[in-house]
Design a binder for this molecule. Structure first.
Ligand SMILES: [Zn+2]
Ligand SMILES: [Zn+2]
Length: 332
């Protein structure tokens, strides 16, 4: 027996293996003995003292001496603002120069730190730099969409150990953002309400999938989650763009995000994960129909043949059970 659940935000059906679902504890990966990381690594380009090894610095929090957070261009950027944005048509095919912005946000001077173990203030500093870079990059002509994301651990695709996040801004709207926008517009046209605000209200009433509530944010597991332990953090206040986050909300999001990542760290033994911040395209920041949010995806399962062949996901965990499990995890 299983159940198909409809994801109201993405507009997709997901297969939830309700009876064969694994227990939350089964997702704790038996890791190979890990060598603890050093606090400082001489040849790490992100460690203090090696600032000249990174490309152009775009922002620094903490003055010219001991910095707290830095942002720099990505040395091997997927896109660059020096590329041309003109579109080219070559017979049947369209192309354009690799125009855009690809930055790295170095989250902390210490090589072996991670958000789950930082102080609230340190996480707040990272989020402040996210906002600073989001707003600065959104002013660049031709930029349509900005995604801020983090890869933690090898299964999440990280190539450098030093804690860092990335920002990629593109001159076209990525398909996932576009798909969710279209869904949100349809829901708004039909109901006259933001689908995210509506979902948040319903989740808060039902409570079964809520993991953590703070003053300005709610972390919960989506009803039709693509993968085990996926967590969405929604701002309570309707706002279409991350760029609109205020200082009070930054401080509250720092507490919420740090607690959630701490629960994953202690509950699932520091799993690899990705998170991303999804916002409306930069020109539509005031819309009533879209609502920015942060999505955390622990890398506990691999998409297999069916997922790759169909684009339809099979989730082997029940969001209600995994939410209950994470609620119980104590930060020690
Ligand atoms: Zn380092
Ligand atoms: Zn909303």
């Amino acid at each position: 027996m299983s159940e198909l659940r409809y994801n109201l935000i993405s507009g997709e059906w997901i297969i939830v293996a309700t009876e064969r679902a694994k227990r939350p504890k089964d997702f704790v990966k038996a890791k190979k003995e890990q060598v603890p990381l050093p606090e400082y690594k001489e040849n790490c380009p992100f460690c203090p003292g090696n600032e000249n090894q990174t490309p152009v610095e775009t922002f620094r929090l903490g003055g010219s001496g001991a910095w707290k957070v830095r942002s720099v261009y990505n040395k091997f950027g997927a896109v660059s603002n020096e590329e041309k944005k003109e579109r080219r048509i070559n017979g049947l095919y369209n192309s354009m120069g690799g125009f855009g912005v690809h930055e790295v946000i170095i989250e902390h001077p210490r090589h072996n730190n991670c958000i789950a173990l930082m102080s609230n203030e340190e996480v707040e500093n990272i989020l402040k730099v996210y906002r600073e870079r989001y707003l600065a990059v959104s002013e660049i002509e031709g930029i349509e969409s900005i995604v801020i994301f983090k890869n933690h651990g090898p299964a999440a695709g990280t190539s450098l150990e030093h804690p860092h996040s990335q920002l990629i801004a593109t001159p076209v709207v990525p398909p996932q953002v576009r798909g969710r926008l279209e869904q949100a517009v349809s829901f708004f046209d039909l109901n006259g309400r933001c689908v995210f605000c509506t979902m948040l209200e319903s989740e808060l009433k039902e409570k079964a999938r809520i993991v953590l509530e703070t003053d300005n944010f709610v972390a919960f597991m989506p009803y039709a989650s693509f993968t085990p332990f996926t967590i969405w953090i929604f701002p309570r206040r309707h706002s279409a763009s991350f760029g609109g986050i205020n200082d009070r909300e930054i401080s509250d999001l720092a507490e919420n995000l740090k607690t959630i990542l701490g629960k994953l760290y202690y509950g699932l033994d520091n799993p690899d994960f990705n998170y991303s911040i999804r916002s409306t395209p930069v020109g539509e920041r005031g819309t009533s129909y879209f609502h920015w949010y942060l999505s955390i995806i622990p890398r506990l399962s691999q998409p297999a043949g069916f997922e790759l062949g169909s684009g339809m996901f099979i989730n082997t965990a029940l969001p209600e059970q995994t939410a209950e499990f994470l609620r119980q995890v104590q930060l020690t």
